[in-house]
Design a protein around this ligand. Sequence first.
Ligand SMILES: Nc1ncnc2c1ncn2[C@@H]1O[C@H](COP(=O)(O)OP(=O)(O)OP(=O)(O)O)[C@@H](O)[C@H]1O
Length: 254
Amino acid sequence: MLSTIQYDNVGVTYESNGQQAIKNFNLSIESGEIISFVGPSGCGKSTALNVAAGLIQPSVGAFKMDENIITSPGTDRGVVFQNYSLFPWMSNLENVRFALSQKSKKSNTELIKQSKKLLDKVGITGKSQYVYPTQISGGMQQRVAIARMFALDSPVFLMDEPFAAVDEITRKHLQNLLLDLWEKETSRKTIILVTHNIEEAIYLSDRVVVLYEGEIITTKPIPFKRPRDRQELENERDYLTIRKQLLQAIEGNA
Ligand SMILES: Nc1ncnc2c1ncn2[C@@H]1O[C@H](COP(=O)(O)OP(=O)(O)OP(=O)(O)O)[C@@H](O)[C@H]1O
């Protein structure tokens, strides 16, 4: 199932404090695109993502998927946050099996087999599959969260700072893992990613959207072909130009 996403003049004002978190938010996202939201702290990135997740209702405007107005969470959107993406009371294997069972009517034995395969793919093998999320490292938990997201097989993935809590090397591994799985899907997932990391945004995205005080101030297409090689990309002249322009857009308004 392909899904086109549209923020149609969305505005969110939090009732508790009257804070206008996003305003005049207009953005169309094609099926299979990877989009990053970047910008200074408090500019509205998470609010915009939570509107897509159906966790926050727009105060004005509408968020639409395939022309349908979205007002609640649903299995058509998989979500990964910095923490808390996994059910802590389920083993890692059970987390993935449960996600698979949401979409598949296969036997339990088959679901467990598939879950193990998925966990193997993300590098969670052997005993680590049977323990609880809290019994493995943060980086490993995010691997399970990615496996769980692919198990849910939603057409849209929403990721809020998914790799922020891990070290730089693990972060790069997880970025590669995400791209690798995404590229292998026959029907590519649409991904919206919130990140503070410009290099991550460029490496992963088709477009980087810069927010400032709740508004989109720049949308930058990332023209590099896929699959991308991190080292080659970082040596491209255009890469440095794009990085500089994005930093200027963010810092110039910070
Ligand atoms: N639940 C809430 N209630 C009231 N105000 C909120 C709430 N969540 C966010 N805000 C406010 O809305 C604005 C946008 O916040 P949001 O978390 O969307 O920004 P952000 O760009 O994701 O920030 P950060 O990068 O620091 O996570 C901020 O001024 C914030 O204080």
